[in-house]
Design a protein around this ligand. Structure first.
Ligand SMILES: Nc1ncnc2c1ncn2[C@@H]1O[C@H](COP(=O)(O)OP(=O)(O)OP(=O)(O)O)[C@@H](O)[C@H]1O
Length: 625
């Protein structure tokens, strides 16, 4: 009896159709998922859910079902359309019929009424019930021991992997993919033993042969006879969201149980981990998710292991680890049911150009010092670093872990603003954009005032152009990890301190800084909650067109127009920056037209402060390491 009921549930004729209950349920799930992803205020979610039209429809369906269960309505007759036909014949045969009879004749002939009566008869005769495939004759007497599961396959994969017990030759379901057909049926589980597929006994077959049997029917009903696993493990899955720190391609991973069930990702993608039961292979969805079906991804420990292996094999290409993922021993015998699957001297600069400029209202654009920028550039061009960054305690963890735990975060209007950190290859326009933004909105944006060990000039004021400190004090601040980044240029020390950024944020303004990529980790902290904007150069052609009247800051005393090789250098530097750090970019602006880029930057700023964003979980739940 139970087998028959399960088989009925899976039969396509029993479904309510594309726009029926199933569709409503799918909409509900999507809607709830969207709301959860948005992480908006709980009351708001509840209110919109309760008001939603799909929920009303669902409740109506539920009430009708309840009423029908309670009243068990029985049809007065199940041949209403036949009766109406008889009536039509009788009325037509009447010698002189009344106006009422004529009206009744006209009504009964209406196609809508005939369709209604026909539908009535179908329901009354229970003609809608599924036509099941005949039950196998040789079902064992012990009804509980086996289960017959009919799945209606509509070109989509079945979403399960299988494995063979090499000693007994028995075939088992290895895993069921979340959201796949098998999972949605709720009738197949990891550990179930498959006895037959479409009437073919599968014991002793190779997994590939089982797959061939399944593939023989790409559409329609597929019948499995299984012995359900006796004790299904109970897993209390916690919702986990991660940002990927590496690229992954299942097609290049020989160890994945089933490449077709795998999910590729690029660094920076946010994944929802829906299943962590397997220590090696997790199931995940990429956000924002458009498919309900999850995919296999390596677990954190497995991915770390893969990274280490590549590190050892290619010690001079630290970032190649993410491209060639290979060796890990796996369930060799794992197969899927699916298609193909088997499981400068600053003085000179300053006198020449107002690098440190103030506008008519006396707005000081701190942090634009050429010396700091040149010190950074010098650091990049020499093997001996002259520019250093602070590494917070969580930094090494983030760098080592292929997945960073993230949560949805929206800044509370009363909280300090998030720091905005701009970065990009030298010459792309980071400082130009920052300068324009501050000049346009001096009450909203402000730079962090840098520190220097050099002596102040006559017109300079400490805390305005720079914080002037002695070398010993500067060294002490370095020792105490108080700089986000610092470096030496022409014998003087320059740096931006955490306190300086904090000072701007505490004043209620948005602190906007340009940083070296190596300082990303230093600003991605619980306190500063940096929003990283990467300024990307456009194509070489567009660079040539847009930078015709622009001047590059060189390490010499004068600026000069851009040359072809500057653009090439910029492109190369951008490529490297993206390949090493793109996972940390919250927003990317391709700096073609300055005006457009400014607007884009302003929009990004607003989003960063006012809209929910994925941020490291440690910002919300700070660790005490
Ligand atoms: N979209 C653009 N169109 C035309 N010129 C631009 C554009 N963006 C920036 N520039 C110009 O390019 C030059 C270099 O820009 P900027 O000084 O901002 O570079 P940067 O990214 O800060 O690099 P660095 O820190 O090495 O100086 C400036 O003259 C600036 O006005």
């Amino acid at each position: 009896m139970r087998q028959a009921v399960e088989a009925q549930v899976l039969n396509p004729h029993c479904e309510l159709g594309e726009h029926g209950l199933r569709q409503i349920l799918t909409d509900v799930i999507q809607e709830v998922r969207r709301s959860v992803n948005q992480d908006i205020d709980g009351a708001e979610v509840l209110h919109s859910l309760l008001n939603a039209s799909w929920l009303q429809s669902l409740l109506k369906v539920y009430e009708c079902l309840q009423r029908s269960l309670r009243d068990s309505p029985a049809p007065a007759l199940d041949y209403a359309s036949g009766l109406s036909l008889q009536l039509l014949i009788d009325i037509r045969a009447l010698p002189g019929c009344s106006e009422d009879a004529k009206e009744l004749y006209g009504l009964l002939r209406q196609p809508h009424l005939q369709a209604l009566l026909s539908a009535h008869d179908t329901v009354a005769q229970k003609d809608y019930e599924p036509v099941l495939p005949p039950m196998p004759d040789d079902l064992p007497g012990d009804e509980e021991a086996t289960r017959v599961v009919c799945l209606v396959k509509n070109k989509q994969p079945l979403g399960a992997t299988i494995k063979k017990n090499e000693i007994t030759g028995e075939i088992f379901i290895a895993r069921v993919i979340h959201g796949g057909l098998a999972d949605r049926s709720g009738l197949l589980h990891a550990g179930d033993r498959i006895i037959e597929v479409n009437g073919f006994p599968v014991d002793g077959l190779e997994p590939e042969q089982v797959i061939q049997v399944v593939q023989a029917r790409s559409q329609g009903t597929i019948m499995f006879k299984v012995i359900p696993i006796t004790e299904r493990p109970v897993h209390n899955q916690t919702m986990l969201y991660v940002r990927t720190m590496v690229d992954y391609s299942p097609q290049q991973d020989a160890a994945i149980p089933c490449a077709d069930a795998g999910m590729s990702f690029r660094k920076g993608d946010v994944l929802e981990i829906v299943d962590q039961t397997d220590a090696l292979w997790w199931q995940a969805r990429k956000l924002p998710s458009i498919t309900a079906c999850a995919g296999l991804v390596p677990s954190s420990s497995l991915l770390k292991r893969k990274q280490r292996e590549v590190w050892w094999s290619q010690p001079y290409h630290p970032h190649a680890c993410t491209q060639t993922l290979s060796t890990v021993e796996e369930e060799e015998d794992m197969m899927t049911f699916d298609e193909k699957c088997v499981e400068a001297d600053e003085e000179a600069f300053e006198s020449e150009e107002d690098d440190f400029c103030s506008n008519a209202e006396g707005i000081y654009l701190a942090g634009f010092r050429r010396s700091t920028r040149l010190c950074r550039r010098q650091s990049r061009s020499t093997t001996r670093p002259s520019c250093h960054t602070r590494c917070p305690s969580s930094c090494s963890n983030t760098l080592n872990s292929p997945y960073e735990d993230v949560v949805r975060y929206q800044r509370h209007p009363q909280d300090a603003h998030r720091l905005i950190a701009l970065l990009g290859p030298s010459g792309v326009g980071v400082n130009e954009l920052r300068r324009r933004l501050i000049e346009m909105n001096p009450n909203v944006f402000q730079g962090a005032v840098p520190h220097t060990s050099r002596a102040p000039k006559g017109y300079e004021e400490s805390g305005r152009e720079y914080y002037f400190t002695s070398r010993a004090t500067f060294d002490n601040m370095v020792y105490n990890n108080r700089f986000l980044e610092y470096g030496e240029y022409k014998g003087n020390l320059y740096g931006t301190s955490i306190e300086s950024a904090r000072h701007v944020l505490n004043s209620g303004k948005i602190c906007i800084m340009d940083i070296d990529p190596n300082a990303i980790q230093a600003v991605r902290t619980h306190e500063l909650r940096a929003y990283i904007v990467y300024v990307k150069p456009p194509s070489q052609e567009r660079l040539k067109e847009t930078r015709q009247d622009s001047y590059i800051t060189t390490s010499y005393y004068t600026n000069r127009p851009f040359k072809e090789e500057d653009f090439q250098e910029m492109e190369e530097a951008a490529r490297k920056m993206e390949s090493h750090f793109s996972q940390f970019f919250d927003h990317v602006i391709v700096n073609e037209e300055l005006q457009d880029s400014c607007v884009q930057l302003l929009t990004a700023m607003r989003k960063a402060q006012d809209e929910p964003q994925w941020v490291p979980a440690s910002w919300i739940r700070p660790t005490t390491t």
